[in-house]
Structures are given as C-alpha cells and as structure tokens.
Design a protein around this ligand. Structure first.
Ligand code: SF4
Ligand code: SF4
Ligand code: FES
Length: 545
C-alpha cells in the first residue's frame, strides 16, 4: 500500500495465513532472526527493514528451493507471472538445488483440472479453499520427508471442477486442463468454420493479463483479438444468457403459480454437479434451462447454421469462459443436439490470453470490433450474469414483467448484488411475495439447502454461483484474483448494464426474432433450451497421468 515491494507468494487474502513460502521475510528491530511479514501484525513504532543483503539472500535461496521443483515447467503455459518476476528480481540460479520431487505423480480431475504434485510447495491453499467450497477433495500425506497433497480416496467426496484450487495455487501446480492445442488445430483445419463465443465476465477480467487496470471493459478488443486468431464468427455468450433468463423466468413463474417450492438456478456447472452428487434430493428443484454457453452453442449449430447455409458438422464452437467447470459441462451427454455437442472446446480466460500471447497478439493494440450478427447483441441483463446475483436479477426483471405485465418499478435489484455470502430478499411481484436467496460461493449453499430440507417452501428462488463473487471470481480467471479484484470486475459489468439501451433479457430484439423464426413450439424450445439432471455417483474422475 505504501509502494514498498515485499514479495509474497503463498499469502492470499481469502485464506488463513500459513507463512510457508518464506519469501516475505523482513527484519524487525529488537527481534531475533527474520520474520514472515504476512503473519506478523504491525504495531506502532515497529521498525521494519524490508531489504538488506541478508534478507535478499534468504529470499533468493527460498526462491531457488521453489524453482528446484519448478524449473522443468518453465516452458509451460500456466506460469504465475509473480513467480517469474521474483526470479528475475532476485537473479536466482534455478539449477542450484536438485528436484527431489520430480517422480511425484500428476493427476487430472475429469476433463477440467490438472494437478502436478511435483510442483507443489505445500502451502495448502488448495486444501483450504476446497474446504471453503464445502467439498474437501484433497488429502495430505507424508511422503519422503515432504507433505504430499493428493486427491481424496473417499468415495463420498467428488471434485466439482470449480477451479478455486487453481486460482489460489501460487505456483500453478494446479491448473486448468489445457485445450488450446486442439483449438489451434481446428483453426488451421481447412473447411472448418470456427465460431467463438465469449462469456459475460471475461470482458472485465482479461485486460489484467495485458497489464490493463482491474475491471477495465474490453469487449470490443476481445472480438478484435478473436478475429485476429482467424475465427469465422464471434458471438457473445451474454446473448445466450438472455435466452437463459427468458426460459428461467418462465420456469420460475410456473413453479410459483403451481406452488411447487424453490426453483434453483442451474447455469453454474459446478453447482449442478454439487447438487447431483451431494444433494440428489434437490435435483428436481434445479431449473431445467440450459446454461448460456450451451443454449448459444446449440443455436449456433442449428438456427445460425441454417440461416448461414453452413453444414453444422463443419462448425467448431469454442467458448472462452472464466470457468474450469464449463470444460466438464460440454461433455455432458444430455446436452447433445442431433448427436452434436453444442460446444466443442472451452478455453479459460487464462488459456485464451496465453493463446493470444503465443500468436503475438497484444490485446491493448488490437482493433476493437463489434461481435457478429445476429447472436452478438446482448442486453444489460445478459452481461451481469458474470457477477453473483446477476442471474437472479436478470431473471427477475423478465419474470416480473411476464407475471405482472406492469412496468418494472425499478430495473435494478440492488439487494441481490454485492459480495456478501448469502443475500436474502423478498420481492413483491404483483401482490405475491417472492422469497429469494442468492448464494455467493458454494460453501454458503449448505445452510440454505439444510433449511430447505426442513421447509421445502422456505424459498421460491435460489441462485447459487460456486465461485466467490460469481464468474468474475471463476477458476479460469487471471491471477491474482481476490475480493477487491472480484468487486472491480463486477463493477465493470454493472457499468455496461447501466449504459445499455435494452436491459431486459426477453425484450432483446435478437431473442424475439429467434423465438419468432425458430423456437416456435415447445418441442424445439425443450430441445435447444432445456436439459435433464440426475443423481450422480462419484465419477472415476481423477487419474494418474
Ligand atoms: S476444482 Fe474445486 S472441488 Fe475440485 S479440487 Fe479444486 S477446489 Fe476442490
Ligand atoms: S461460478 Fe461461474 S466460473 Fe465459477 S464454477 Fe460456476 S459457472 Fe464456473
Ligand atoms: S507470503 Fe509470507 S510466507 Fe509466503
């Protein structure tokens, strides 16, 4: 805060201080030895020395110890930029120590997460964050004088692919399973029509990968950069979100009118997996409406393919998502349409940024471009999906209008915004009191679900986003990601919404046109916009690589 550079790697403001990397060492007058700054409270009159030959040498040695396990991955895509900055600053000798962990195993969790335990520095941020997510997928064992973090053997536990362990790992021992190679291949393949869509939240986060300020809106730069990669078309997942809101609003109204109890949001794939595995008794409460990327992908391969006279088999849909769980979602068989996956590949925000850098495309310098017609023009309601409360707010705007036929008294449902873990409110909709809960971070869902077990009518609508802050804090987002950064990314989305001419999802002219020309009866709406869920057993979802 005062412009004094004290390096830190394992410290994360979301988590308890563990002081394990020992890079933040400082000297305090009157105290013996060096102290870790992250675990030392400052007191008045404390005399702190942050740089000295001894401090710098110790930091350098500790970095060299970290690099003993890390050096072989120096060429890999998912490096923590801070680690590299420090290596340069302290002019480390990466070869100084031998790698005693090199034979430690690598794992892959489903189609979403890679875990190279040989890179682990034993800070256990992943263990703690996975516990905060109410999953507890990691175990810690002692092996050859090291503590080793491994996936759990307990059959009652399963990874939900939220990726929070990825954004909280300071050395990228955990990372998103990379798919950019396949995307590059698809782009090179003659005859392919590669169509990209990009998620609401990445427009205010990817700039960070190119040294732009937190929360800066770069929507048109993203489109320009994707076009520079050679995409055939670029569409906006926020338009998919407008369809999701339209259908979810209808479901909500049906449930309210039939007095059927809570409608649970279902566009967060990690949350869906959580319900299917940990709370199967609530599967029937999940809205059957598909997620924005799934609806948009389905429309691209059907509605758009027909309109554009393209063979849908030649279309490759690539989604750029803030999310590791979306890599899992696209493999759900229930989502296939005419035997095709609606989305072929998911790249996380970080993978996409890597791909751009690999192709020497600097986001700051690309020519801004507008997304393509017809699926590139979202409402403000579609854009706020990236923040916790955004799904609920957008669906409420539509549901209110559909149910009451009156003008909305206010368009902004600010009571569901913000970074509180649980946001509860009661909305008066045409004389009916709609009880709503918005859960920010899946660790907060348990209490609400337990409440619903006792009283199934406790809520009419519940939004759950697995990641803290919603998708702005997703597992595929740039590092660092912390509370302040998540708030800035969310503020950017609300800023876009406030400036939009149309802010209500089902009033989007594109949405109206597609319902008029293509989604004309319940059968086709069900096929493109809805899905099914079922209780799930633990998948054999991790393997030694
Ligand atoms: S992806 Fe989420 S659930 Fe899976 S191990 Fe990481 S933090 Fe836990
Ligand atoms: S909150 Fe968003 S980023 Fe996180 S798992 Fe859910 S959909 Fe993915
Ligand atoms: S940041 Fe203080 S010990 Fe790692």
């Amino acid at each position: 805060m005062n412009g004094i550079d004290i390096p830190s790697l394992c410290y994360h403001s979301d988590l308890k201080t563990k002081a394990s990397c020992r890079l933040c060492l400082v000297s305090i007058k009157g105290q013996k030895g060096l102290q870790t700054a992250c675990s030392t409270f400052v007191t008045p009159e404390m005399d702190i020395l942050t740089e000295s030959p001894e401090i710098n040498q110790t930091r350098k040695t500790n970095l060299e110890l970290i690099f003993a396990h890390y050096k072989k991955s120096l060429g890999s895509w998912d490096l923590n930029p801070e680690l590299l900055r420090l290596a340069k600053k302290y002019q480390i000798d990466a070869q100084r120590f031998s790698d005693r962990k090199k034979h430690f195993p690598k794992y892959q969790f489903g189609p979403a997460i890679s875990f190279d335990t040989s890179k682990c520095i034993d800070c256990r941020n992943c263990v703690e964050v996975c516990h905060q997510q109410a999953v507890d997928f990691f175990e810690v064992k002692e092996k050859e004088n090291f503590f080793q973090v491994t996936p759990s053997q307990d059959k009652k536990v399963d990874c939900i692919y939220c990726g929070q362990c990825v954004v909280h790992c300071p050395v990228a021992a955990l990372s998103a399973k990379a798919d950019f190679d396949q995307v590059e291949k698809a782009l090179k393949q003659k005859g392919n029509k590669v169509i990209f869509q990009f998620a609401p939240s990445i427009r205010t986060s990817i700039g960070e990968e190119f040294n732009l300020p937190y929360g800066e809106v770069v929507t048109e730069k993203i489109v320009g950069a994707i076009k520079a990669l050679g995409a055939y078309k670029v569409f906006d997942t926020s338009v998919g979100a407008d369809f999701t809101s339209t259908e979810e609003a209808k479901e909500l109204i049906e449930k309210i009118e039939a007095n059927q109890g809570a409608c649970l949001s279902s566009c967060c794939s990690a949350w869906v997996k959580y319900v299917e595995f940990f709370y199967p008794e609530f599967v029937h409460c999940l809205a059957t409406t598909r997620s924005p990327q799934a609806i948009l992908g389905g429309l691209i391969k059907t509605y758009f393919a027909k309109k554009d006279k393209v063979n849908p088999k030649k279309i490759v849909v690539v989604s750029i998502m803030p999310c590791t769980a979306k890599k899992y979602e696209i493999n759900r068989k229930e989502l296939q349409i005419n035997g095709m996956k609606p989305v072929d590949y998911v790249l996380t925000t970080r993978e996409f940024a890597y791909l751009l850098r690999k192709r020497s495309i600097d986001l700051r310098c690309v020519k801004p471009m507008k997304a393509d017609d017809p699926l590139g023009l979202p409402t403000g309601g579609g854009v706020i999906y990236g923040a916790s409360g955004g799904v609920a707010e957008s669906a409420l705007r539509s549901a209110y209008l559909m149910m009451t036929k009156n003008n909305l008294p206010k368009i902004e449902f600010t009571e569901v915004r913000g970074m509180r873990g649980v946001k509860k409110t009661v909305i008066n909709m045409g004389g009916r009191q709609i009880k709503m809960a918005v859960i920010n971070g899946i660790g907060n869902a348990k209490a609400i679900l337990e409440e619903m077990k006792k009283d199934p009518k406790a809520y009419d609508a519940v939004e759950v986003m697995a990641c803290p802050g919603g998708c702005v804090g997703g597992g595929g987002q740039p590092v660092p990601t912390d509370g302040e950064i998540r708030s800035k990314r969310a503020a950017g989305l609300y800023e876009i919404d406030a400036k939009k001419e149309e802010r209500i999802a089902h009033l989007n002219p594109v949405v109206k046109e597609v319902y008029r020309d293509y989604l004309t009866d319940e059968k086709i709406i069900k096929k493109i916009c809805h899905t099914v869920y079922q209780a799930k057993k633990r998948e054999n979802n991790f393997k030694n690589l």
